[in-house]
Write a protein of this length. Sequence first.
Lengths: 220, 220, 220, 220
Amino acid sequence: MIIINFKTYSEATGQRAVELARKAEKVKRETDASIGVAPQFADISSVAAAVDIPVFAQHVDPIKPGGFTGHVLADSVKEAGAVGTLINHSERQLRLSDIEGIVRLTREKKLLSCVCANNPSISAAVASLEPDILAIEPPELIGTGIPVSKAKPEVITDTVRLVRKANSKVTILCGAGISHGEDVVAALKLGTQGVLVASGIVKAKDPYTIIREFADASRT
Amino acid sequence: MIIINFKTYSEATGQRAVELARKAEKVKRETDASIGVAPQFADISSVAAAVDIPVFAQHVDPIKPGGFTGHVLADSVKEAGAVGTLINHSERQLRLSDIEGIVRLTREKKLLSCVCANNPSISAAVASLEPDILAIEPPELIGTGIPVSKAKPEVITDTVRLVRKANSKVTILCGAGISHGEDVVAALKLGTQGVLVASGIVKAKDPYTIIREFADASRT
Amino acid sequence: MIIINFKTYSEATGQRAVELARKAEKVKRETDASIGVAPQFADISSVAAAVDIPVFAQHVDPIKPGGFTGHVLADSVKEAGAVGTLINHSERQLRLSDIEGIVRLTREKKLLSCVCANNPSISAAVASLEPDILAIEPPELIGTGIPVSKAKPEVITDTVRLVRKANSKVTILCGAGISHGEDVVAALKLGTQGVLVASGIVKAKDPYTIIREFADASRT
Amino acid sequence: MIIINFKTYSEATGQRAVELARKAEKVKRETDASIGVAPQFADISSVAAAVDIPVFAQHVDPIKPGGFTGHVLADSVKEAGAVGTLINHSERQLRLSDIEGIVRLTREKKLLSCVCANNPSISAAVASLEPDILAIEPPELIGTGIPVSKAKPEVITDTVRLVRKANSKVTILCGAGISHGEDVVAALKLGTQGVLVASGIVKAKDPYTIIREFADASRT
């Protein structure tokens, strides 16, 4: 599984978000790899209307409909076309009770939950909340191009070991610095089921080629 | 000026956001009153595509394009069709330095800024940041149906007085509990230039009639 | 084990914090029950100087010495006499990564960690971080005088069950609404090792009598 | 006026906070300069007991006595011996409504308020809240040793100009990078009434000498 986080990069905002999602969809059609995209809130509806791959929100708030100006309602991103959401990305970290509340909320709303964690110990805590997907991303490697699977393989293996003690079902992704197909291969060998990737694809000169490289690697 | 804040009410989410915005646009065409709407982030693009009245975001973050997963980029809401944004709503209060940074950012991006304030003293502080619009809303009256213009007229008159000392140009709105045309008339008589309204319209049985009542009142 | 949280109650501020701690110490001497107190930051040094029972901070920040104006440094509360700290109380909730960081920090600094949790699922997540003490407190019962051990015994039994799956060593306390000795007895019967209590003692007419009642109950 | 912010530096924690405050008091006795110190919460009572110069808290929360575990109550720091508090330091930035609430609270409690601001525009907003003291500190210079009075004199002159339009009474301090007596002289020439200083004194090899230099400079 590959989830592409568009963050708030200008290369993946507005019309460019739609174009990037189309490239991901093309690779999905060619390879049948599992690929999702996580555009900004305001781009969810146009991206979801344009492509037939899973669209994730980057965050939702632990709220029900009501008076919460400026917050992100799960129903809203779902109606716009999202099928899931990132939760607790290292750039949008949350209180433990909110992570728990949002995971519960996504379950009620039939949205996929992908909770991010910074290290093995946090991953173990997250695992016991039973999200659908857990993404381990050491924040110090995010955006560096230094792949976690090479620089800190023990972070991944420790995470897999601790998470599996508590939870045999959760899909484990890893992220941070993933830029080449070989990084994806390494991540899978270390026991994960895929990658969460951002700048490695969004800021690539030719995103299609990199997505394709990732997809091929994820199926070896 | 009337700005309708859709908050995260289910009555104004997704397709219902578009329908409500269409009612506001109908009144605008009939009366030529100045009416804007502030839907949720994920609804900005569909609302902006459907209607020809100003669309505001409910919040933007003080960020430039980059690695800010789960945040709201000004460029993103602008490309989706927003012409301005609410800032510091009492349900989404911000650090002073962030309010200042966002007002500056909206100026750069040619977006209208509507900064909310809870009381006259805070309004005076906001006024010196020179936003385009300032909305005074005593939080204890929000959603009560008790109009600030009747329950606490001195909050409005004190705000107008303090704000005008520092700033002669900012448009002053008032909000909280505004539900009838007469509340709008009262708000204007107290020295404001309009209202920021939410449940009074969004949760009304017949929103079109109330918007029309507000629009007529705002032009007397 | 009984930990008395002084919160920011005026009955337990300044000189009254010292007096209340002395009552707890008296009961400790009389009964040999394990009793700790958690006064406000500014009262730690005078309380720790006055009594010979464990003193906890109510919070510490996940920081090392440096430029963190207005934050709470672990070294500072330790030098003032604290032997441990509450973490993530429902009135001071923290990001998951900060809870993890603070637990790690307390371990380095040889301070006891008492992490609070709102429900069984959050308790399970906390347990995997391996704090010394875990306190389950349903926030909706805090300050009500309705004891969790009577109103929601399943919250406690579920917590004990989930926590023990991950962690056999952590001391489990329960809190919220604990006001009588019988509530302590009930809490112990449900599988906890003691209570975290605040208003039940701090706001009691005769705190000494209640502390004594709790201590006797904790030793039955 | 000179306020020395001890931050959470290890050089100014616990017993070393008391020693540093004694040096400041010595200079005060020798020169009669106005010097205050802002130690960590847990050190307020021992510092205030040891010296006869004004002691400030580094922060207080906008709360009344009650259930606010882990927060900082104004009554608590006052009873411990503080006569005022820093508010909104750039390392502990606050919501606008909280700054306003805390300034109001300090007025009720007869505590001095020293509100920090990052730039001239924010200073103008702060000035309208009528604190006793306003400290302008460009955060990018904090801890650098590059004095704001030399590197960005226009930040200070713009601040003085904007603040004085709204408020003729507030004491204006400047901070960031202040390390030598000449920096203090420059700050006064630019229209301020003193300095807020931290590492320049706390991390100096011989703090007494630097404090004395500052005090002499502040009286030229």
